[in-house]
Write a protein that binds this ligand. Structure first.
Ligand code: SAH
Length: 511
């Protein structure tokens, strides 16, 4: 389990943060922890080009295996007395697949790198497996884990990059679902980068004989390969120049490579993280995270990444904003890819402009990754729309928390009282009573629905339904401790009615 460092112990941490990957590897070599255990099976990527593979069976799934094996370059000897149409067709159109119509014999194992068998009867499978063992050929009997020396994982093919998933036969459906999920996350151009890597490896050895420079080249390569764009021929020279420049001590290079991304982590539910946020997070060397960000999301960073909590909740002892900015600049200048993980969306009440301006002024490259803001998460979770054709033509996000912690004085009250507006009030719990009083004094309809949502989209989300007049008292009784959003407006009439309906039902049931 990764240890999370807090923002204390600054100096030592700052040194640790600029450690190279190689330093970290050495740290690992020094460590005397117990050796890893319990690995269900060892994934091995077998080079089958030009090798022979025996396949006994003629079913559709045997045909699929044959197709996979020939795709990996194997000569496939299919032996089966009564082959199905699929395998006959495959043998007809693929010169690596040779079909022989007879029963298999022990001699068929001679010269085989691997053997596969597909039999209906268990005894037939057992006999084939025993013959394979005798011939010392590793075998896989399709769908019979008890007769398998190895499993073929579920494959994601971005050749030369190949990803295989195995549940050791526990649940192939699970492995397939996982494949879909991973497919969605893989950067689109990853195959092209993997292909480029193949071509560049030999070239790099000639142009940069030092192992250290080569390693730096590949580190910088990775940060590009995990990005959105496809490789270009010029990338090789650019990466090589940067790696060579760093080795000559030209300080511009690491600075040019370091960066900061302000990343929206969404309102809480880890599934509301965007694919882009996940990709950027997983490429980060250092992650500075707000205390509103869910632990599951923090856990999605690379194991090697340094994690720093920079909690900044109003009214609490906190890391100063200037310190956070200074730290981000220091890390980026040391060549680190820094992610500043923020609750919701970075552009909503997150002091985004301050951070962007300071980082830009320091010459640090900045990227912003949008997230789902709390109001949108809360609306989805309450199953309501923030706009409605006649009742809510405008949505406004406001904060009811001024610099001094009080209700701001300079809010456009008439826009909040507008019966055709929906308002989402951020940081509005402490000032809720004052807000309610003020809006009533400004002439808002006292029956305007007001909903307080605590920890929207989190498993322990709570909602308090009321009106702008009675919500403060209800909230005081409930005493929420998590982040709270207040939704105000007639757009929420239907949600309030649904709620009243539900509580009447509960009431009559318990009566
Ligand atoms: N950038 C964030 C907002 C930061 S201000 C965003 O886009 O959501 C912090 C305030 O956001 C909290 O005081 C609370 O009002 C609101 N908030 C953030 N997460 C929330 C959640 N899960 N549920 C309810 N309110 C939330």
């Amino acid at each position: 389990m990764r240890t999370l460092s807090t923002s204390g112990a600054h100096d030592k941490e700052a040194k640790d943060l600029v450690k190279t990957e190689a330093d970290q590897q050495e740290d690992h070599e020094d460590n005397d922890a117990a050796p890893m255990q319990g690995l269900a099976s060892l994934p091995v990527f077998f080079d089958l080009a030009g090798k022979r593979v025996l396949l006994a069976g003629g079913s559709a799934r045997a045909a699929w295996k044959a197709e996979l094996l020939q795709a990996a370059g194997a000569e496939v000897d299919v032996i089966c007395p009564d082959p199905g149409a699929g395998i006959v067709a495959l043998a007809g159109r693929c010169e690596l697949v040779h079909l022989t119509q007879r029963r298999w014999q022990p001699e068929d194992f001679n010269g085989m790198a691997l053997a596969f068998g597909d039999f209906l009867a268990k005894d037939d499978a057992a006999a084939f497996y025993a013959a394979a063992r005798l011939a010392r050929v590793s075998a896989n009997l399709i769908d019979r884990p008890e007769f398998c020396d190895f499993q073929v994982g579920t494959i994601i093919d971005r050749s030369p990059l190949v990803i295989a998933i195995s549940t050791k036969g526990a649940s192939p459906v699970f492995a397939l679902a996982l494949r879909g999920w991973l497919e969605a996350l893989l950067p689109r151009a990853i195959k092209l980068w993997a292909t480029a890597a193949e071509g560049w490896r030999a070239k790099l050895k000639v142009r940069a004989p030092s192992a250290r420079i080569q390693r730096r080249f590949w580190e910088m390569f990775v940060s590009k390969a995990l990005g959105a764009r496809a490789p270009e021929a010029a990338d090789f020279d650019a990466l090589l120049t940067a790696a060579l420049g760093e080795s000559r001590g030209e300080t511009q290079s690491p600075r040019a490579q370091g960066s900061v991304a302000l990343v929206g982590a969404g309102p809480g539910d880890p599934e509301l993280l965007t694919l882009k946020a996940l990709r950027v997070l997983q490429a980060a060397d250092v992650v500075l995270y707000d205390d509103l960000v869910a632990p599951e999301i923090i856990g999605m960073a690379r194991r090697e990444a340094r994690m720093i909590a920079v909690g900044k909740r109003g009214y609490r002892a906190s890391c100063k904003q200037d310190d956070i900015i200074a730290k981000m600049i220091m890390l980026a200048e040391a060549g680190k890819k820094v992610v500043r993980l923020k609750g919701g969306d970075p552009s909503i009440f997150g002091r985004g402009n301050e951070e962007i301006a300071s980082l830009t002024a320091a010459g640090v490259s900045v990227e912003i990754v949008a997230g789902i803001t709390a109001a949108l998460g809360a609306a989805a979770s309450l199953k309501l729309s923030l706009t409605e054709r006649d009742r809510a033509r405008r949505v406004q996000f406001i904060t009811a928390h001024a610099h001094d912690g009080r209700l701001p004085d300079d809010i456009d009250w008439s826009s909040l009282c507008d019966p055709r507006a929906a308002s989402a009030v951020y940081m509005g719990l402490r000032t809720l009573e004052a807000l309610s009083q003020r809006l009533l004094a400004e002439g808002i309809d006292p029956f305007t629905p007001a909903i307080l949502v605590e920890r929207a989209t989190c498993p322990d989300e709570r909602r308090i339904f009321g009106t702008i007049a009675d919500l403060p008292a209800k909230a005081a009784t409930a005493a929420p401790s998590g982040p709270c959003l207040v939704l105000i407006g007639h757009a929420f009439d239907s949600a309030s009615e649904r709620q009243n309906e539900a509580s009447r039902t509960v009431g009559s049931l318990s009566a």
